[in-house]
Design a protein around this ligand. Structure first.
Ligand SMILES: Cc1cc2nc3c(=O)[nH]c(=O)nc-3n(C[C@H](O)[C@H](O)[C@H](O)COP(=O)(O)O)c2cc1C
Ligand SMILES: C[S@@+](CC[C@H](N)C(=O)[O-])C[C@H]1O[C@@H](n2cnc3c(N)ncnc32)[C@H](O)[C@@H]1O
Length: 419
């Protein structure tokens, strides 16, 4: 189901995530009358201007009145009919544009009817039902077919039912059904105090939202084991895995086996690193990510120091011998943030300490993914002061999704004294 949302910017109640406009309905499963009444009851409790409650609903149920249902279906736009024909319920929402108390025009009638309609759809989602509002229909034909008063404004037809098998839809619909859902960023639609004055979402709220509403294993960056690039780099740094990390790192002039999994997310890398013998600290800006990572570590009996922390304004204390960054630096396309990140990495790394950084490659053009995408020259520029770029190679991010975005993997060494 197309429930994954790509740019959630703040945590919201799960109900809002669960409602979406499905086209795949189970044609054989009716909505029982209790469920239907509950949905309509939710609409009834919508707010309205002057408490007018200007909305009316006509329910056409294929299982109890196929003739009425067919009349509504016939008035839908041809493209809507292709999928709405599976829905057991087609519900018309109409607005009475006149105030009953004084006969004046009610210019909020359509707005209020929309509020009632979304209450109905959200209640449907809360009951585990699927809904899809439509504006594509012939309103005059509908009014005639159903004997509605001329003055009524027909606002929408909502298909309501149980979610069905996506495979029953035409190919085009199947693709839109499984595509991630996107929205304009909040900054495009919210103005602070006056028109077009920039409004800022709080730092990290988007990540928190992402972790709250997406099952951890479905996050596109989820990788159950140690990322192969990180693993190979560590092998290179400590060729004998059987020797405790601390000892081998000491041989390589690193003072101890302290490793920071920066922006640890689900904590899969932290866990794998702890299993390899490192003394692991794991940080992330999202409390929910930290909670999930902690749970993972506890389940595996691993002792990891978790801390909620913003790398751009970090309270972490080093020094660390190694910092692992799998997919964090590329979240910061702004120069000021990149500089803040580099300053933190510099402060936290021991002399000769290693930063293993994996980010999206500049050549990766897929729409989905982080805003920052870099090549070797970019990385050299960002880390020109206080780091030596030891090695880079192109690679891939592997995760639960089919797409394996092109990545740049970098080994950077902290040079000079930690500041
Ligand atoms: C008033 C209104 C009219 C709509 N008309 C149609 C329509 O005719 N056909 C259709 O497939 N979807 C229609 N939609 C669904 C929107 O395309 C859908 O809500 C939007 O893409 C956002 O997707 P979501 O509901 O899954 O969040 C309509 C939605 C609303 C609110
Ligand atoms: C693409 S995910 C990668 C997660 C993890 N490294 C992994 O490989 O599974 C990016 C992570 O960076 C975290 N993050 C984003 N901005 C951050 C910040 N300013 N400080 C710390 N963590 C941040 C996010 O919460 C998210 O968990």
């Amino acid at each position: 189901m197309a429930q994954q949302r790509m740019n959630v910017q703040s945590p919201v109640e799960r109900l809002f995530a669960n409602r979406w406009s499905t086209r795949a309905f189970d044609a054989d499963k009716p909505v029982n009358s209790e469920q239907l009444a509950t949905c309509l009851e939710a609409a009834r409790w919508a707010p309205s201007c002057f408490g007018e409650e200007p909305w009316h609903f006509i329910v056409a149920d294929r299982f109890s009145d196929e003739t009425a249902w067919q009349k509504v279906l016939d008035c839908l736009a041809a493209k809507n009919q292709l999928w709405a024909k599976q829905a057991p319920l087609l519900i018309i929402a109409a607005a009475d544009p006149v105030f009953t108390k004084n006969g004046n025009a009610n210019r909020w009638a359509e707005y209020d009817t929309g509020q009632a309609a979304i209450c109905m759809c959200l209640q449907a989602a809360a009951l585990g039902l699927a809904s899809h509002q439509m504006g594509g229909f012939d309103a005059e034909a509908l009014k005639q077919a159903l004997g509605m008063p001329e003055k009524m404004h027909v606002m929408s037809v909502t298909a309501l039912g149980h979610a069905g098998d996506v495979q029953t839809l035409d190919d085009d619909f199947q693709a839109s059904e499984t595509a991630p859902r996107t929205r304009k960023p909040l900054t495009d639609i919210v103005h602070a105090g006056c028109w077009q004055q920039a409004w800022q979402a709080p730092a990290g709220a988007g990540w928190e939202a992402r972790y709250q509403e997406t099952p951890i294993e479905s996050l596109p960056w989820f990788h159950a084991g140690l990322d192969p690039d990180i693993g190979a780099a560590l092998d290179q740094l400590m060729p004998d895995q059987h020797v405790p990390a601390q000892h081998v790192l000491a041989q390589h002039k690193l003072s101890a086996g302290h490793i920071l999994d920066l922006g640890c997310g689900p904590g899969t890398q932290s866990a794998a690193l702890a299993q390899r013998g490192f003394d692991v600290t794991a940080s992330d800006i999202s409390n929910s990510a930290i909670a999930a990572a902690k749970q993972r570590a506890e389940k595996a009996g691993l002792n990891i120091a978790f801390q909620t922390d913003d790398v751009l304004n970090s309270r972490l204390q080093g020094p660390f011998d190694v910092i692992v960054d799998r997919g964090v630096f590329h979240c910061f396309p702004e120069k000021a943030d990149q500089q803040a990140y580099v300053a933190t990495a510099k402060r936290l790394l021991a002399h000769d300490g290693i930063l293993l950084l994996k980010c999206f490659h500049k050549d990766e053009t897929c729409e989905m993914g982080p805003p920052g995408r870099y090549d070797e020259t970019d990385i050299r520029g960002f880390f020109a002061n206080g780091f030596e770029l030891v090695e880079t190679h192109t690679s891939r991010f592997k995760g639960p999704i089919e797409l394996q975005p092109k990545a740049l993997f970098c080994i950077l060494k902290r040079t000079g004294e930690a500041t």
